[in-house]
Design a protein around this ligand. Sequence first.
Ligand SMILES: CC(=O)N[C@H]1[C@@H](OP(=O)(O)OP(=O)(O)OC[C@H]2O[C@@H](n3ccc(=O)[nH]c3=O)[C@H](O)[C@@H]2O)O[C@H](CO)[C@@H](O)[C@@H]1O[C@H](C)C(=O)N[C@@H](C)C(=O)N[C@H](CCC(=O)O)C(=O)O
Ligand SMILES: Nc1ncnc2c1ncn2[C@@H]1O[C@H](COP(=O)(O)OP(=O)(O)OP(=O)(O)O)[C@@H](O)[C@H]1O
Ligand SMILES: N[C@H](CCC[C@H](N)C(=O)O)C(=O)O
Ligand SMILES: [Mg+2]
Length: 498
Amino acid sequence: MNWTEIIAGVPVLAVGDAARAEILGVEYDSRAVRAGSLFVAMRGETTDGNRYVRAALDAGAVAIVTDSRESFAFADARGVPAALIADGRRALAEVSANFFGHPERQVKLCGITGTNGKTTTAFLLEGLLNSVARKCVLIGTIETHVAGAVRPSAHTTPESRDVLAIFADGAAAGATEAVMEMSSHALQQERVWALPVDVAVFTNLTQDHLDYHGTMDAYAAAKARLFEGVGAAAPRVAVINADDAYAAVMVAAAKDCETRWSYGVDGAADFKASDVVLRAGATSFVMATPFGDAEVTSQLTGRVNVYNLLAAVAAAMGRGLTLDEVVAGAAALPPVPGRFETVTNALGFSVVVDYAHTDDALRNLIVLARELAGEARVITLFGCGGDRDKTKRPKMGRAAGEGSDVVIVTSDNPRSEDPAVIADEALAGVRETGNMSVRVVLDRAAAIALAVNEARAGDIVLIAGKGHEKTQTSHGVAMPFDDVAVAAAALREREAKA
Ligand SMILES: CC(=O)N[C@H]1[C@@H](OP(=O)(O)OP(=O)(O)OC[C@H]2O[C@@H](n3ccc(=O)[nH]c3=O)[C@H](O)[C@@H]2O)O[C@H](CO)[C@@H](O)[C@@H]1O[C@H](C)C(=O)N[C@@H](C)C(=O)N[C@H](CCC(=O)O)C(=O)O
Ligand SMILES: Nc1ncnc2c1ncn2[C@@H]1O[C@H](COP(=O)(O)OP(=O)(O)OP(=O)(O)O)[C@@H](O)[C@H]1O
Ligand SMILES: N[C@H](CCC[C@H](N)C(=O)O)C(=O)O
Ligand SMILES: [Mg+2]
């Protein structure tokens, strides 16, 4: 693609004298630049892409898009086509859309935001769309589904350039739908700039990421941007959890959406569940919808999944599926990896791996386990992520201490922090509840073995926080680690001794 085509329609403040370049790729990271790349310099929080313009040119960049007059003049002086723009991330989205041939216009996009339930709802919605033979791209925390392949995900919501590259691959393989988790980081940083969202979903808002957003109101405002449209028109359909304390904020933001649907269990809602029956691996409820009532059954476990099912069903109906189609589709959907995933064993107790890494998620998980365990015990193992919201640590500790018979505090992903310090902060919360059955075992594998060896018939062991993750990041290094595999190994060892 030539230089003129790639900056067509992009609001540029100035363009350099050089006008000829054949662009073979668009990159926002100098380390990814190859011969023929266009490099877009973005200002970040750790560094500034403008510091890498020289490195990008040395690596073969043939054009530069920048918000810095210095970088612009530097590239221009080297005879490289350059554009001066106001905002790097927005420009990245605009040039990438041109480069990839506007694939965002070829798929109908459902965007899902909220603190918890995005991944689950996204998988459910993808499953419903697939059940009526619509090809669908999925972008989210665990993995990316595109063109019949599964790719690992580095972020929940990638940069616009990467989203558009995925959409282009999907559209080329016949996808007409896309389902995407939209994290608050991505909405705030405008990684989703100029993506037209057809159906927008809000799951819930509880504490997380305050290290980044500062306050709950700022966090809510970032999420609300999905409903306003980020550099694009407001979504056509808004699907909002009416039972959530922040519902009104999302409804207000959705004022320009053509259709606003609420969903919930507690109060009035367009998609409302009643007569909820919760069993392990079998959830059912009666669902009232604007299109009639039906009984929904699902293999997923727990009350939170009633919400996720309602959200996915409403979004699917927003995309034109019928009531019969969503009911049939929902019954067939498998659980999501790392979300209330049971690790089988012959010892008579349950071991569950779950991605609960906020106090709200942990509390919900423990309440569910309590219900399922009856008179038996709930043994909860958890840790807290390093380099993330520190204020949630004692809160997670309180949630664990309040509902569990036995608590094991361990490491999650300490990242660059001292695991012992993180554990102390979580332990303080457990101690506040007066729960005395608490142990700290920093080595996660040893902690999992302890939990498994502690369990008696009927008990439920909860291994919380890492869910599907396949690595543990400690001292800045990611090493292979898989809660399900580690638990399975510990169970085999105990079975062998039994
Ligand atoms: C806080 C945050 O979200 N940071 C993300 C953000 O960083 P940033 O804007 O501060 O960028 P920066 O690191 O200062 O770099 C500025 C620019 O210089 C470029 N650069 C940098 C170095 C270099 O050698 N050459 C170069 O060109 C960078 O590519 C970037 O374009 O943009 C970067 C490029 O895409 C991301 O890698 C980075 O993710 C960091 C590593 C991260 O940990 N993000 C997490 C918190 C995150 O995004 N999480 C959410 C939510 C998770 C959930 O709850 O589901 C997610 O969507 O994944
Ligand atoms: N609707 C919900 N409401 C509250 N908690 C939920 C809900 N759905 C799932 N959870 C809990 O939150 C955990 C994470 O769920 P999921 O991965 O679907 O959310 P997410 O929003 O994608 O999270 P992340 O932002 O970390 O990717 C689950 O393991 C479960 O414990
Ligand atoms: N996307 C979330 C995931 C947290 C998962 C948990 N295992 C942790 O490392 O804190 C985050 O980056 O905050
Ligand atoms: Mg997710």
